[in-house]
Design a protein around this ligand. Structure first.
Ligand SMILES: Cc1cc2nc3c(=O)[nH]c(=O)nc-3n(C[C@H](O)[C@H](O)[C@H](O)COP(=O)(O)O)c2cc1C
Length: 199
């Protein structure tokens, strides 16, 4: 589930909320999964991965991750990203272009405190994206962290939120005769330009 807090009244945010509610009513599973693509200029590579979108606060889309992971290195060097969601139940695709940045520490702390001990033990014990010797080592490290009450008290500095602010949205709705509807919103200063695209 995505939590909406003080959602922006701007048009594409409201279209997104309506579309989300429609997918929710249709019992879409993994409704909060969103694919984030980043570019690493050192490697000249684009890479994608799913994350769970946790919040949309006004116009900030927020997920949580490890700040030393592969994606985080790419975000630092190249903060422009693209994101995509597909909801099968309603045959809807939403494509986003955005700039990404670290979420305010206060917000990350609050979210960390709201999570289960098990999830936080993993956030603390994992050096996400590093090559490992064996899965057994990971399990041992995880269980040691889970039993360390002191360590579990505070959010580690290497884990927290990422926020992105979209500057482009494309809503695609599939049609059984392939007359798919594509609506594009592009941020233009304080307004959103609106276009319809050929399917
Ligand atoms: C449905 C789904 C949700 C996921 N959610 C997250 C998430 O919220 N945060 C995260 O760091 N990784 C999440 N992952 C794992 C990432 O896809 C990825 O494997 C991990 O973040 C490492 O990516 P990186 O090596 O590109 O940094 C999720 C995977 C799936 C399949």
């Amino acid at each position: 589930m995505i939590e909406f807090i003080d959602l922006s009244q701007e048009k594409p945010y409201q279209v997104f909320k309506d579309s989300y509610e429609h997918a929710l009513e249709n019992k879409q599973s993994a409704i909060d999964a969103i694919s984030i693509s980043s570019y690493n200029p050192e490697l000249s590579e684009v890479e994608s991965r799913f994350v769970n979108l946790k919040y949309i606060v006004n116009d900030e889309w927020i997920f949580f991750s490890n700040y030393a992971s592969a994606k985080s290195k790419s975000f630092k060097m190249h903060p422009q990203i693209s994101a995509v969601i597909y909801w099968k139940k309603t045959n809807t695709q939403i494509r986003i272009k955005a700039k990404i940045f670290k979420t305010a520490e206060k917000f990350s702390n609050k979210h960390f405190e709201s999570r289960s001990t098990e999830k936080n033990a993993l956030a603390i014990s994992s050096n996400q994206s590093q090559i490992i010797e064996s899965f057994e080592n990971i399990k041992t490290k995880y269980l040691e962290t889970l039993n360390n009450k002191d360590l579990l008290q505070t959010r580690p500095s290497y884990w927290g939120g990422y926020s992105f602010r979209p500057y482009s949205f494309e809503f695609w709705t599939g049609d059984k005769f392939r007359l798919n509807k594509r609506s594009l919103y592009i941020k233009n200063k304080d307004n959103w330009d609106y276009y319809l695209l050929e399917p």
